[in-house]
Design a protein around this ligand. Sequence first.
Ligand SMILES: *[C@@H]1O[C@H](CO)[C@@H](O)[C@H](O)[C@H]1NC(C)=O
Ligand SMILES: *[C@@H]1O[C@H](CO)[C@@H](O)[C@H](O)[C@H]1NC(C)=O
Ligand SMILES: *[C@@H]1O[C@H](CO)[C@@H](O)[C@H](O)[C@H]1NC(C)=O
Ligand SMILES: *[C@@H]1O[C@H](CO)[C@@H](O)[C@H](O)[C@H]1NC(C)=O
Ligand SMILES: *[C@@H]1O[C@H](CO)[C@@H](O)[C@H](O)[C@H]1NC(C)=O
Length: 208
Amino acid sequence: MEYIGATGAAVNFTSVPISESIDFHFILSFAIDADSSGNPQNGTFSPYWASTLTPNAVKSIKSTHSNVKVLASLSGWSLGQKVLSWYNPHDQNLWISNAFSSLKSLVETYGLDGIDIDYERFPKHNESFSYCIGEVITLLKNHSVISVATIAPFYSTVIPYIELYTRYGDFIDYVNYQFYTDNVKIPETYFEAFRNRTLQFNKNKILP
Ligand SMILES: *[C@@H]1O[C@H](CO)[C@@H](O)[C@H](O)[C@H]1NC(C)=O
Ligand SMILES: *[C@@H]1O[C@H](CO)[C@@H](O)[C@H](O)[C@H]1NC(C)=O
Ligand SMILES: *[C@@H]1O[C@H](CO)[C@@H](O)[C@H](O)[C@H]1NC(C)=O
Ligand SMILES: *[C@@H]1O[C@H](CO)[C@@H](O)[C@H](O)[C@H]1NC(C)=O
Ligand SMILES: *[C@@H]1O[C@H](CO)[C@@H](O)[C@H](O)[C@H]1NC(C)=O
């Protein structure tokens, strides 16, 4: 899995070496529920990844590498200077419906295979996250809009992601756990951190 396009630099899929023998996922960074100033849009997601990563570029990399899949990651840390956060939607059903239709449109425009969930900040009360995100993933999968869904917790956000995984884990294919944030110093501790996380998420789904 390779997150790509977050810094705005004119990066291309072709710059990344791809082994033909394993599945390779590019994760477009990021699709954001916000206007260009960072104001929330009630679940309507827009693409903010580097403009070089066009629908044609997706088509081209997929046609030359049959093992490549392309996902859009939701949120990320910031949009420009504005730090992003999950927020409790005023109307959850409206949020879910807007998210479903805007993501369906992005998937169709860019020829994507799935979505990744990378919210990195949460309010104290965040129960709406597991419900809203879980329902959107389920709807997109039930309607065969996407075939892959992944989530990207790290140490300080793990609680809302465990809640999401507990309720909707059947619809989640991989967990991109952000081990680098655990700040471990030696391989043995890294392995221990890995083993710890396999107790919270299915070990066959965790990718460091
Ligand atoms: C990426 O691709 C675009 C369009 O094909 C091209 O204009 C640009 O120079 C490429 N950028 C890099 C960094 O290779
Ligand atoms: C979000 O929904 C609320 C309630 O329906 C509405 O008042 C607000 O204007 C909407 N915001 C945007 C950016 O559409
Ligand atoms: C998706 O399909 C499953 C199994 O058919 C069903 O249990 C679930 O309620 C559906 N969920 C949504 C959000 O459509
Ligand atoms: C999310 O909510 C739970 C339950 O209120 C709380 O324990 C947790 O700290 C919150 N998560 C974050 C990242 O703030
Ligand atoms: C693994 O979990 C144990 C038990 O909760 C804890 O004491 C230990 O610090 C954890 N290790 C790492 C590297 O996260």
